[in-house]
Write a protein of this length. Structure first.
Length: 290
């Protein structure tokens, strides 16, 4: 069977995609950067190799015998470098096709660091000479967990103004990725993976209220206060600043395709995208007062 190799397999989308492909009987290989991660995958019956995205030679060896690569790079100051290294290693190793997990709002001039980094990797994928698909998901619903504490207290702080987002469940992103990889056909497509509804922050708060059965008020806050709330929710300083730029500049002003809503999840997988209400219901214990 043709091997599908996944970077970022220890993360949310990568891990979910690995699981779905394994359940479908695909020949999958996980790339991990720590020995204990490799050991854990192997205990679970999944082939795993040790390599970091800073090392082109190690990645080339990790990708040997790979038919398709699911390229996922974690947000961080070296994300663009990691993307470049992985594309080069894929070419070195003779990989046939790359599926890159990018972002809906990617752009060369974006104020959001991971949007810029993913855009640069997109360009390298397109000129790599390999077959490719670029997945462009909108904002992850899982990012709302950073605001579990204020929501539990009845407030949803945001700095988006009237901007709207089609929040997306990472399980839907993984389903799209797994479907694309199982089909194995890559014709330069770049589906936008979004939830089924564009929601303002006021509507997000109303959805929390309806599902949790208690009032959650939208709290408009200045962008720097929003970044502070993200820090309190567990984000590091670099991530919190990126989120501030994303919501205060990109979402607030509907820049860079951030307000796109599509039916690509259903078109590709045959199942509709998850609603925010369904996602909150599945995670309601995380938004309970403690």
């Amino acid at each position: 069977m043709a091997t599908i190799t996944i970077t970022g397999a220890t993360g949310d989308v990568g891990g979910r995609t690995l699981r779905l492909l394994g359940e479908a009987g695909a020949d999958v290989r996980a790339v991990a950067r720590r020995p204990e991660q490799v050991a854990r995958f192997e205990r679970q019956g999944t082939e795993a190799v040790l390599a970091g995205l800073d090392d082109v030679d190690a990645l080339t060896a990790a990708f040997a015998g790979t038919e398709q690569l699911l390229l996922i790079t974690a947000p961080g100051p070296r994300q663009a470098v990691h993307g470049r290294n992985a594309v080069q290693a894929a070419r070195n190793a003779g990989v046939r096709a790359i599926t890159h997990l990018s972002t809906a709002d990617g752009g060369p001039d974006s104020p959001v660091p991971w949007a810029r980094a993913n855009w640069h990797t997109d360009q390298l994928v397109k000129i790599s000479g390999l077959d490719w698909t670029i997945l462009r998901p909108s904002a992850f619903m899982s990012n709302l967990l950073q605001f579990a504490r204020p929501v539990a207290r009845g407030w949803y702080p945001q700095t988006t103004g009237r901007g709207a987002i089609a929040w997306t469940d990472t399980e839907d992103i993984a389903r799209v990725a797994a479907t694309v990889l199982q089909a194995g056909a890559h014709a330069g497509n770049h589906p936008f993976i979004t939830g089924p509804e564009l929601l303002t922050s006021q509507q997000v708060a109303a959805t929390f209220s309806a599902v949790l059965g208690r009032r959650v008020r939208h709290l408009p806050v200045p962008s720097r206060a929003f970044a502070g709330a993200a820090r309190l929710g567990g984000a590091d300083a670099w991530t919190a600043e990126g989120l501030r730029q994303q919501f205060a500049r990109v979402v607030r002003h509907s820049r860079d395709n951030v307000d796109v809503r599509t039916d690509d999840v259903q078109r590709i997988t045959g199942r509709p995208a998850t609603t925010l209400a369904s996602w909150i219901h599945a995670h309601r214990d995380r938004f309970t007062r403690r």
